[in-house]
Write a protein that binds this ligand. Structure first.
Ligand code: NAP
Length: 253
């Protein structure tokens, strides 16, 4: 790595949106670190994309502060500092609220809200070295509603509030923003959400006012912009294909 090269860490980089964000940042010239729990999947990502070069692989759980501290030590050893942190790792499962146990609720909040806090706080000294930027990956579920995923919606709503608080606390040295996707057609979403059914995918696309579902590249482009936008702090950028056309009256369209 050259001394002047910008560095980035992407959590949840072993598949889906995080994988593409990492590749996008590498193409933009960043030296990249990939973090997720499965080391084997991260190694697979690195070998799939030549542009990732010798990307640093960090196997860690965002909920475990000791594992994240170890990851920060490894990143400091390799890069010396961090310019961009993308808190992308996240997850949920479907369950009606009346059947969701308090522990199930806590698990979802731990991944989507506590995780980004633990990672941001742990990597803050490395971000402060040259003045860095954090991009949290939210969701329109945190703005709108999340029936059958109440903990997910609540955690993503909390992430927006945390974004603004940290932006206020850590600026001007470190900016903190949020990119909030709507429905994005990742390989996992295609299988799990739409059961690989072209009819279901087309129906979902029709709800978007731009007439299609999002791609991981749409999110990655917004993340790169947020990471560089030096007069943007504490903001949320929705990458959701515009308003849901089902909320528009027939007369209005
Ligand atoms: P995904 O395919 O399920 O991938 C999740 C990633 O996070 C994986 O790399 C996973 O790797 C990692 N991860 C999960 N739990 C972790 C933990 N405890 N510690 C460290 N890494 C962990 O998800 P995606 O669809 O790409 O979504 C990425 C982000 O975008 C999430 O924050 C999600 O909420 C948000 N989002 C997605 C959509 C969508 O339509 N796909 C829409 C709005 C927002 P390991 O299992 O190996 O740890």
């Amino acid at each position: 790595m050259q001394k002047t090269q910008q560095t980035a860490l992407v959590t949840g980089a072993s598949q889906g949106i995080g994988e593409v964000i990492a590749v996008h940042l590498a193409r933009a010239g960043f030296a990249v670190a990939l973090l997720a729990r499965s080391e084997a999947k991260l190694v697979g990502v690195r070998s799939r994309w030549p542009e990732l070069g010798d990307a640093l692989i960090l196997s860690a759980d965002v909920r475990q502060s000791d594992q994240i501290e170890r990851a920060a030590a490894l990143l400091e050893e390799r890069f010396g500092h961090l310019d961009v942190l993308v808190n992308n790792a996240g997850g949920s499962f479907q369950a009606p609220a009346r059947q969701l146990s308090p522990n199930g609720f806590l698990q979802v909040v731990a991944i989507n809200l506590v995780g980004p806090f633990v990672v941001s706080r742990t990597f803050l000294p490395l971000l402060e070295k040259r003045g860095g930027s954090i991009v949290n990956i939210g969701s329109t579920a945190g703005r709108d509603m999340a029936p059958n995923m109440v903990a997910y919606g609540a955690s993503k709503a909390g992430l927006v509030n945390m974004t603004r608080s940290l932006a206020a606390e850590w600026g001007p040295t470190v900016r903190v923003n949020c990119v909030a996707p709507g429905p994005i057609l990742t390989p996992a979403a295609r299988q799990v959400l739409y059961e690989d059914d072209p009819g279901r995918i087309a129906a979902a696309a029709e709800t978007r006012s731009v007439g299609r579902l999002g791609t991981p590249e749409d999110v990655a482009e917004a993340v790169l912009w947020m990471a560089r936008a030096s007069y943007v702090n504490g903001s949320v950028l929705y990458v959701d294909g515009g308003p849901d056309v089902r909320s528009v009256t027939q007369a209005g369209r």
